[in-house]
Design a protein around this ligand. Structure first.
Ligand SMILES: *Cc1c(COP(=O)(O)O)cnc(C)c1O
Length: 366
């Protein structure tokens, strides 16, 4: 079996070990006589899978019973809407830090939900090439929303913004979720589409702190009276089983979480990610043939965009890389250039193969 080097931004590479485990259990899951795809989400076998996924997730994140985990559908894009609908009451202002395309989309949805929006900081002035280090909240903030990793631009928060104790911090962690240890307790709500770093497409993980849940449960909450499927309370009350969840995706996620655990948890994963980042950034830092697009201190260890000094050579670069079995290197259509997504499951060997190719391409095209 010839696996290619996978640098797609999402859906993205999964650990081979997990694919093989899923394959082995595909037709007859653990002696149940059916596959996970074919079992009722109300069965005790599926309940065990979802319970295990939730428990492993909490353990990896170092969070306890003060948080609830939800496995929802509709992608991170639906969270852009659910967050303001559920959490921004009348008279309150939804605060956002705008760090590029996905953050901008989140802001647009808050406006569409009819909420008052305040941009607490933005890096638009320099074409989203950095993470703002300061921000200014509005009066009566409902929350502050950040995007911890900017998949398209390749910038990443390496700090957690300090907010006043009564202001919930909310994060879209879709593209760097579980890539490193973080003080997750500082966040009131975290969401992440699974297809970047923790599984196949079809499921969005949402993690909510209990104090925020208590607020949702008060009669005066703006969440009262929301359409059923768009209310966090619906899903919290039923343990993510209000309606049919993306059961097979949840199962694969649980296997990826177990794989992270076997690899030393988030500390272990961080070490590998740092090693991969050092290899790749090292190539364009030691050459004037390739240029990074983000200020050094805010570089992402998950999505690494770069340009060739001679941008006319970029199509050739991507074509040759593809012919050598390296997939997904074309930069996002909104920014062009090259982008290598090197998520948790991207092996060091793939990054090394890319680095070797970059050096060779430079030599042949200088
Ligand atoms: C991919 C991505 C999204 C959108 O995710 P969907 O699951 O496709 O809705 C949102 N935010 C970030 C940071 C992303 O990388």
């Amino acid at each position: 079996m010839e696996r290619k080097h996978n640098f797609y931004a999402g859906p993205a590479v999964l650990p081979v070990e997990v694919l093989e485990e899923v394959q082995k259990d595909l037709v007859n899951y653990q002696g149940c006589g059916v596959s996970v795809m074919e079992m009722s989400h109300r069965s005790k076998d599926f309940q065990a899978i979802i319970d295990d996924g939730m428990a492993t997730l909490k353990k990896l994140m170092g969070i306890g019973d003060n948080f609830e985990v939800l496995f929802l559908q509709g992608g991170a894009s639906t969270q852009f809407l659910m967050v303001p609908m559920n959490l921004c009451a009348d008279g309150k202002v939804a605060n956002y830090i705008d760090t590029g395309a996905w953050a901008t989309k989140a802001i647009k949805e808050a406006e569409k939900a009819g909420k008052k929006v305040h941009i607490a900081a933005t890096s638009k002035d320099k074409d989203f090439t950095y993470i703002p280090k300061e921000f200014k909240l509005s009066e009566n903030p409902a929350y502050l929303h950040i995007t911890t990793n900017n998949t398209i631009r390749g910038s990443e928060y390496h700090h957690i913004p300090e907010v006043p104790a009564d202001v919930p911090l909310i994060a879209d962690m879709s593209s760097n979720f579980l890539s490193k240890p973080m003080d997750f307790n500082k966040f009131s709500l975290i969401y992440a589409g699974a297809q970047k770093n923790i599984g196949p497409a079809g499921c969005t993980v949402v993690i909510i702190r209990k104090d925020l849940i208590e607020k949702l449960n008060t009669g005066t909450s703006c969440a009262a009276g929301l359409p059923t499927m768009l209310s966090y309370k619906t899903h919290l009350d039923k343990g993510s089983l209000f309606n049919t969840p993306p059961s097979f995706t949840i199962y694969v996620i649980s296997r990826v979480l177990a794989w992270i655990e076997r690899n030393g948890g988030l500390e272990g994963i961080k070490k590998i990610n740092e090693e991969k980042g050092a290899e790749l950034y090292g190539v364009f830092d030691s050459s004037d043939f390739y240029n990074g697009t983000v200020v050094k201190e805010d570089r992402s260890l998950m999505n690494v965009p770069f340009r060739l000094a001679n941008t006319d050579l970029e199509p050739k670069f991507i074509e040759e890389a593809t012919s050598k079995g390296m997939l997904g290197l074309k930069g996002h259509r909104s920014v062009g250039g090259v982008r290598a997504s090197i998520y948790n499951a991207c092996p060091l060997a793939s990054v090394k193969a890319l680095c070797d190719f970059m050096k060779e391409f430079e030599k042949n095209n200088k």
